[in-house]
Design a protein around this ligand. Structure first.
Ligand SMILES: Nc1nc2c(c(=O)[nH]1)N[C@H]1C(S)=C(S)[C@@H](COP(=O)(O)OP(=O)(O)OC[C@H]3O[C@@H](n4cnc5c(=O)[nH]c(N)nc54)[C@H](O)[C@@H]3O)O[C@H]1N2
Ligand SMILES: Nc1nc2c(c(=O)[nH]1)N[C@H]1C(S)=C(S)[C@@H](COP(=O)(O)OP(=O)(O)OC[C@H]3O[C@@H](n4cnc5c(=O)[nH]c(N)nc54)[C@H](O)[C@@H]3O)O[C@H]1N2
Ligand SMILES: [Mo]
Length: 711
């Protein structure tokens, strides 16, 4: 008997108790994790959960959010039946209706809007959940609309865009084999706990770890050999200064640059402006630290740089900063090598698969020809060129202005308006629409502003095909029946295709059949996967092969790593082809706002809006709080739990203070997504990164005063 089988055996609780142990995964978090869960089920109810031993990525562990899954799936505000709005938008007045009635109404409204304004007037949107996205996008396409959009409009995709711009494909980092790891704006203790075991292993083997973060975090205290405590949003200047040091010290990989880099001379000319003194003035760093970090990165090779989906690109200068940072991998020859940053091509549902599926073909096979530009395309031409979906940060404007054409309806699968800057503007714009549908787990404010609300299932109540890095795939089955009358998103999408009479037999053949179609060229047998009930190794999954992509030539117009972007030159002429540095804030903002607020560094027990209403996780920090430097707090006469009022040009928010030495003087930090203290109301929605369309969540000019909250 293997160790695993013994564990499983020990877990089959006595037949007399009537408890069964079933396998699923946690879908609270992003697809990279989805830790394996053993669910103890009695009388159709989950009574206990544990991490599944030996599971890919999670290895039997669960984080605080994972452990709170029972409270998450049984949250009191789960939507129970389809609902139709009876009062004004936002009133929360609904009547219960049947699924058939809901579908009839949705189909009638969508057909009517399609006839009156064209199919493009309907947007199909997905929140953080990613597993059904290719299906929802295909539904949009088969309906005739180019408008699919998602939370990726502010998460991770700007880094995909930048990598495509530079090397033609998304890239990751090989921390396992690196001698130096530049942990640039990451704190896996809070955002990616599954990565920690590996980091402790490489640290023990002597890897040098440089952490670049304005805050003191567990990452900076437990793993960093060197912590560069940089001012928020000035990372571009640091990266360009490092580029200059690398060139001046003769650490450039001449051979790689000569054969595989486009625009080195122009880059070298530009970085001359970033001498050490200027870099230190901009970033607030000490010269010796910048020198040391650069020397390690450039000489203690191979070196890799972390790939963060949020903090770097959550700045108005974020896209260029990201390019400036990753340019370092080109000039030092740390790209497409073992232990460096490396290309990944094959994904399924936003996860590195290591094997090819037909997902992309599935999503785009029914794409309407000659469709008008997607939402955001005109405003963000570089996004338009590189990305497969619209840029939703332009949605409010397009609804309001009706240009280049009107948007009249949103079919929202988990749209949380609080992810966007100035969220109230989203709801105001949504109220102008002719039709709004929300498919959701919980009764959110967005649901209250919808005409029809549909209840969806958690991962415990449905099926899903999923891949994990390392070449694993699994197909989970429901461990309990859907709660109330909830249905899986995938079923709703299929049924919408039916009631809309779409000419798409494949989509209408259902989820499992579509997955089979997407896997039809793979050696993986879906039946094995279904039978196994645990992740299986995909026979044709291939590990990364260092240097193969370089030998073939990159999928960029020049075939090289483009430090000078020929795509920007061609498709976004007003923007800079070199990774130039501009300050993160809008210079027009008045000097009366001397402080800098960052909104959104992860809390270990929160996930966007999802865990704030879950009792266990909420109890770990009962009140929304803003972290501020303890010296600044003392100067204001503010102690822990006292109220402070934060004002920016966008809004004002009263919140409790959490004074701490972990925050730089002059800086504040708050988490987002709270109903009663929505920090995104302080983040301006007008000034976006012109390359990606991303908002400047991490650098909001503000001022603070004592008091202002409820007693
Ligand atoms: N200030 C600030 N704002 C941010 C960020 C930040 O760092 N700072 N981060 C940005 C980033 S990186 C991200 S990813 C976004 C996240 O933003 P969102 O995607 O809005 O995140 P959530 O609130 O987790 O999820 C949206 C909704 O989906 C629902 N939901 C969950 N599972 C399912 C499902 O299976 N089906 C359906 N139909 N609905 C489901 C949830 O109940 C929730 O209401 O926020 C962005 N906004
Ligand atoms: N617990 C938990 N885990 C999560 C999430 C969650 O909400 N909760 N969200 C998931 C999602 S959607 C995402 S996209 C990822 C994001 O996860 P990460 O990419 O790891 O991002 P964060 O944890 O927001 O930020 C990491 C660090 O960047 C620092 N930082 C902020 N601004 C700057 C800056 O301008 N420069 C530098 N150098 N550093 C800066 C912050 O202080 C923080 O310590 O996390 C995922 N994991
Ligand atoms: Mo994200």
């Amino acid at each position: 008997m293997t160790e695993l089988e013994r564990l499983q055996e020990a877990k089959i609780p006595c037949k007399e108790t009537g408890i069964e142990v079933k396998h699923t995964f946690c879908s609270v978090c992003e697809p990279l994790f989805h830790c394996g869960i053993d669910a103890y089920v009695k009388d159709g109810r989950v009574v206990k959960i544990e991490g599944t031993p030996d599971y890919p990525v999670s290895n039997g562990n669960l984080c605080p959010k994972g452990h709170a899954n029972r409270q998450y799936i049984y949250r009191a505000d789960r939507i129970q039946t389809p609902l139709r709005r009876t009062g004004p938008r936002g009133s929360g007045q609904f009547e219960e209706i049947s699924w058939e009635e809901a579908y009839r109404e949705i189909a009638a409204r969508l057909k009517q809007l399609k006839a009156a304004y064209g199919p493009e007037s309907v947007l199909f949107y997905s929140g953080y959940a990613k597993w059904y996205r290719s299906f929802l996008q295909r539904l949009a396409h088969s309906f005739g609309s180019p408008n699919f959009g998602s939370e990726s409009s502010t998460c991770h995709m700007a880094t995909v865009e930048a990598w495509k711009d530079m090397v033609g494909t998304f890239s990751a980092y090989d921390v396992q084999n690196a001698a130096t790891f530049m942990a640039w704006a990451v704190n896996p203790y809070h955002s990616k706990p599954t990565q920690l075991r590996q980091l402790y292993e490489v640290k023990e083997r002597g890897q040098k770890i440089v952490v670049i973060d304005p805050r003191v975090t567990p990452m900076t205290t437990k793993l960093a050999d060197l912590h560069l405590r940089i001012r928020p949003g000035t990372d571009g200047a640091l990266a360009l200064g490092m580029g200059k040091l690398i060139i001046d010290n003769g650490w450039v990989d001449r051979d790689y640059v000569e054969h595989h880099v486009h625009g080195f001379e122009a880059y070298a000319g530009y970085v001359r402006q970033f001498d050490l003194k200027r870099v230190c003035e901009i970033t607030g760093l000490a010269a010796k630290d910048v020198e040391r970090a650069t020397e390690w990165y450039a000489t203690n090779k191979p070196s890799c740089i972390s790939q963060s989906g949020a903090p770097i690109v959550h700045h108005r200068n974020g896209y260029q900063t990201f390019r400036a940072i990753m340019s370092l991998s080109a000039i030092t020859g740390n790209y497409d090598v073992k232990g460096g940053n490396f290309p990944i091509g094959e994904t399924y549902s936003h996860q590195w698969a290591g094997f090819q599926t037909r997902e992309h073909e599935f999503t785009h096979a029914t794409k309407p020809k000659d469709a008008p530009p997607r939402i955001g395309d005109r405003r963000f031409p570089l996004w338009e060129h590189f990305m497969d979906e619209g840029q939703m940060t332009d949605l409010t404007r397009q609804i309001r202005e009706g240009t280049p054409y009107p948007v009249k309806a949103v079919m929202a699968f988990g749209l949380n308006h609080r992810m966007f800057p100035e969220p109230h503007k989203i709801l105001e714009a949504v109220d102008e629409l002719e039709f709004v549908m929300s498919a959701e787990l919980f009764m959110t404010d967005m649901c209250r502003h919808s005409d029809i609300v549909l209840p969806v299932c958690t991962s415990f109540e449905r099926e899903e095909f999923k891949v994990y890095p390392g070449g694993f795939a699994t197909y989970i089955k429901p461990v309990i029946a859907p709660l109330y009358s909830a249905r899986p998103d995938s079923t709703i999408i299929k049924e919408l295709a039916d009631v809309l009479d779409l000419d798409d037999p494949l989509l209408r053949s259902g989820y499992e059949n579509c997955v089979r179609w997407m896997l039809s060229d793979c050696a993986l047998s879906l039946d094995d996967c279904i039978r196994e009930d645990r992740p299986v190794r995909v026979p044709d999954a291939r590990p990364y092969e260092p240097g193969a992509y370089t030998a073939r030539g990159y999928d960029t117009p020049t075939g090289k790593f483009e430090l000078y972007s020929t795509s920007i030159e061609r498709y976004a002429p007003g923007l800079s082809p070199l990774p130039t540095y501009t300050p993160p804030w809008d210079r027009a903002e008045p000097e009366e706002y001397p402080m800098v607020l960052s909104v959104g560094a992860r809390l270990p027990f929160a996930l966007h809006s999802r865990m704030h209403e879950v009792p266990w996780t909420r109890s770990l920090r009962p009140d929304p709080m803003a972290d501020l430097n303890d010296g600044d707090a003392a100067a204001l006469g503010v102690g822990e739990g006292d109220w402070i009022t934060i004002e920016s040009t966008a809004g004002t928010l009263a919140v409790r203070a959490n004074p701490t030495a972990r925050i730089l003087p002059g800086c504040l930090q708050m988490y987002h997504g709270y109903r009663e203290a929505d920090a995104n109301e302080l983040v301006g929605s007008v000034h976006l990164d012109p390359y990606s369309g991303y908002p400047g969540y991490n650098c909001v000019r503000c001022r603070i005063r004592k008091g202002g909250g409820k007693a």
